[in-house]
Write a protein that binds this ligand. Sequence first.
Ligand SMILES: Nc1ncnc2c1ncn2[C@@H]1O[C@H](COP(=O)(O)OP(=O)(O)OP(=O)(O)O)[C@@H](O)[C@H]1O
Ligand SMILES: [Mg+2]
Length: 337
Amino acid sequence: MAQKVFGVDFGTGSIKIYRKKDGIIMNEHNAVATVGKNEEKRPVAMGDKAFQMFEKAPDSIHVNFPMKNGAVADLDDMIDLWDFMTEKVSGTPKLKGSEFYIAVPADLTEVEKNAFKKVVTEGQGKPKAVKLIDKPICDALGLGIDLDNTQGELIVNMGADTTEITILAKGGIIVTKLLPYGGNFFDLQILNYVRKNYNFAIGRRTAENMKKVLVSATNNTNESTAFGRNVLTGLPGEITIKSEEIYPFISNVIKDIAVQTKSIFEHTPPEITRSIEENGIYLTGGSSWINGMDQYLANETLIKVNTTKHAQRTVISGLGFLVENPKKARDYALSLY
Ligand SMILES: Nc1ncnc2c1ncn2[C@@H]1O[C@H](COP(=O)(O)OP(=O)(O)OP(=O)(O)O)[C@@H](O)[C@H]1O
Ligand SMILES: [Mg+2]
C-alpha cells in the first residue's frame, strides 16, 4: 500500500475505501469477531466474515461492532479491523508514505475526531499524512453538487446508526445535526417486536432483510416471512409479519427525521432557503431507501426530495473526488498528522 492516497468512509454499518486512480476498492461490514477476554482476547475474523458469524457462531466467539453513532466506540477492535483491511487491499499492513483522507461526521467533538487518527496511526502501518474531511462535504461532492457556487443545499444522510442533516452553501457547512439513529434502530425494533409478540427469535441479519420490505414511512400493507426459532418450544419455524404491525414502533424516528429537517431549515437565512427550495432536499445513505421516505419528507417539508441509487456511496465518491483533486481537498481538509 506504499506511496498511495486513500479515502476512507468509516460508516457504522460498513467501511468503504477508495484508492487513488483505482476507485472504490473495498466495502466491508464494520465488524470484528473475537475469542477470549481481556489480555487473552484475539480476533478470529474481520469485516464481512465476522458479520457472517454474527448470531451463528458458538458462544465463545463474540462479534463486536466497533463504531457507534458515527464515532469509534472500541479503539482496539477498530485498529485490528483497520490492520486487516489495509493488509487485504495491499498484501501488507505497512502504510509508509501513504496519505489518508477520512470522512467524519461534522458534528463530532475533537476527541471523537482524533480517535479516527488513532485508528490509522496506531495500527501496524505508519502513514505519511491523515486528513479529516467533513462527511456532508463528501456527500455534496458525491451527489454532484457544485459546492463552490451553490447558494444553499440541504442534505439528509440516513445511514446505519446515524442520520446527519446538513445545510451547505458556497463551499462550506452552514449548520449540521447528527441524530443518533439510522437503519439499525429499525432492525432492532423488528427483532424485539417478533420476540415479544410471537415468542420468536430471529437474527439481526434476518431483521435487516425484513426491514427492507416492512419498514415504511407511511403505513402500508407489505408483509414479510422469515425463518426463526420459537423460544418457548425451541423449534424452528416460519413467521409472517405485516408492515402495519411494525409501524407504531418505527414511526417516531421517521417523524423525528422530518421534524429535525424542518427545524434546521426554519433557522436558515431566506436566500439559502430559496435555493434549497429550488434545488430540492437531497436524501442519501442506505436508509434513504426505506419505502416512501422521500415522499414523506417532501410532504412534511413541502420541498421536493432528490434520491439516488448510489445512496451508500455518495460519501466515498465525494471523498474519491478529493483524493483525485488534492488542490481542491486543501479547501476542506483538516490536517491531523
Ligand atoms: N433497501 C433498503 N431499504 C432500507 N434500508 C436499507 C436498504 N438497503 C440498505 N439499507 C440500510 O442502510 C444502512 C446502511 O447504510 P450506509 O452504508 O449509508 O450506512 P453507514 O455509512 O455504514 O452508517 P453511518 O453513516 O450511520 O455511520 C443499513 O442500516 C442497511 O440496512
Ligand atoms: Mg455513512
